[in-house]
Design a protein around this ligand. Structure first.
Ligand code: HEM
Length: 391
């Protein structure tokens, strides 16, 4: 069906709390057309799972958005994507990422070293970006840059290109940042060729030079996605997780009292407040989803944030945070199907260590009065979140 009015995802009210709007749209049906953009929205849990796994990426983002990174294997479908992905996926399995635990603990320890009862923790600034950034450098075997803030701005704007509702001005701004990021990654790739090691960047270069799963010119686009996908998602998910747990105080207290619930608490915050709200696909052939026929050539938005709150999947408590929820891990915050997040186990580990350490050291932490700024309709998260640490 077509919705009675257009979707307005950049409205500040929506950005502050998108879930009631998504619920209203989901109540219209599992598959709804946005009259403003003509896009098809998948909204129920089942429809989103099917969309993410069965509809190809196609050219949903438009070739202009990829212009600085042509030939990216992650933007492709079929063997060109799956074989390239396999070059790095074993190093990111649940078992493999455990070797980074100590390093993660060290980074978190450094960030909390000077904190005492009553200190403020600026989650985004002090842990959020530093942690995934340092890990990305470790995994790729590259030195940290002198000015991470510049890189942070380029990667954020380049990631912003997945926003389906960008204004023409934002698009130009994001593309300009993306061009600078391209120059930077090209320089890093040249450096890496001269300094090979036991790291993922070198593995990708070796695979590309062998020419079997990807071509040498695909190295930079491949690494570009790896850079973007792991950083700002983790930053935002950390901030959202603290926000969810501390505004649902009883859940924070349950976690403090029962630290054995930590793994499940991480799954539940991913379900309740997933940072990645939707991903785009485009139909290369007609497909039937939830009894609705979607014609060929349609742009489809798969609404993860809606699926993760669908009462048909989660029951009457879909809109409540419950860290004891038995099936929390069935959320689709990391997607589904061939493009499922390759870094999900690393992200889980990072969330686990940060939330676990803060809950253990500062069990009475709280959120002070603050005004949160929500910038993105696609990779959701506050620009900063301050936590008052209390022992
Ligand atoms: C909490 C943090 C994270 C969240 C919520 C998240 C979420 C997602 C989602 C939903 C997708 C699927 C996109 C689609 O279907 O179109 C995805 C893909 C991807 N993620 Fe993550 N991600 C996170 C962290 C990471 C990390 C830490 C890394 C790298 C170490 C990473 C690397 C990737 C890559 C490379 C892809 C593309 C996979 C492909 O197309 O085959 N992500 N992520």
């Amino acid at each position: 069906m077509t919705a009675p009015e257009s979707f307005t995802p950049n409205d500040p009210v929506y950005l502050r709390d998108p879930f009631p709007v998504l619920q209203r749209w989901r109540e219209l049906g599992p598959v709804v057309v946005d009259p403003g953009s003509g896009r098809v929205f998948l909204l129920s849990f089942d429809a989103v799972e099917t969309g993410l796994s069965q509809i190809v990426r196609g050219h949903a983002q438009g070739p202009d958005r990829h212009k600085h990174f042509p030939g990216n294997p992650f933007a492709a479908d079929g063997p060109g994507h799956t074989l390239a992905r396999r070059v790095i996926s074993p190093a990111l399995s649940n078992r493999s990422v455990q070797r980074h635990r100590q390093r993660i603990e060290q980074i978190v320890d450094d960030a909390l070293a000077d904190k005492t009862d009553g200190s403020e923790l600026h989650v985004v600034e002090e842990i959020g970006f530093v942690l995934p950034y340092k890990l990305t450098c470790d995994l790729l075997g590259i030195p940290e840059v002198d000015d991470p803030d510049l890189l942070r701005s380029w990667t954020w704007k380049s990631l912003d290109l997945i926003d389906a509702f960008l204004s023409p001005e934002q698009l130009q701004e994001d593309l300009a940042a993306s061009a600078l990021l391209k120059d930077h990654i090209e320089e890093v790739a040249e450096w890496k060729r001269r300094h090979p090691g036991d790291d993922l960047f070198s593995a990708v270069i070796v695979a590309a030079d062998a020419g079997e799963v990807m071509a040498p010119e695909q190295v930079v686009p491949f690494i570009h996605t790896f850079y973007l996908a792991g950083m700002h998602t983790t930053v935002n998910q950390l901030a959202l997780s603290f926000h969810a747990l501390l505004t649902n105080r009883s859940q924070w207290e349950t976690l403090v009292a029962q630290p054995q619930l930590l793994d499940n608490a991480v799954e539940e915050v991913l379900r309740f407040e997933p940072t990645a709200h939707y991903f785009r696909r485009s139909t290369e052939e007609e497909i039937e989803i939830a009894g609705v026929t979607i014609p060929k050539g349609k742009e489809v938005l798969c609404w993860i944030a809606s699926a993760n709150r669908d009462a048909a999947q989660w029951g009457d408590t879909a809109n409540s945070l419950d860290i004891t929820r038995a099936d929390a891990r069935h959320h689709i915050a990391f997607g589904k199907g061939p493009h499922t997040c390759i870094g999900s186990w690393l992200a889980r580990l990072e969330l686990n260590v940060v939330l676990g350490e803060v809950a253990r050291r500062f069990p009475n932490s709280e959120l002070p009065e603050q005004r949160l700024e929500w910038a993105s309709n696609v990779i959701r998260g506050p620009e900063e979140l301050v936590v008052r640490l209390r022992s």
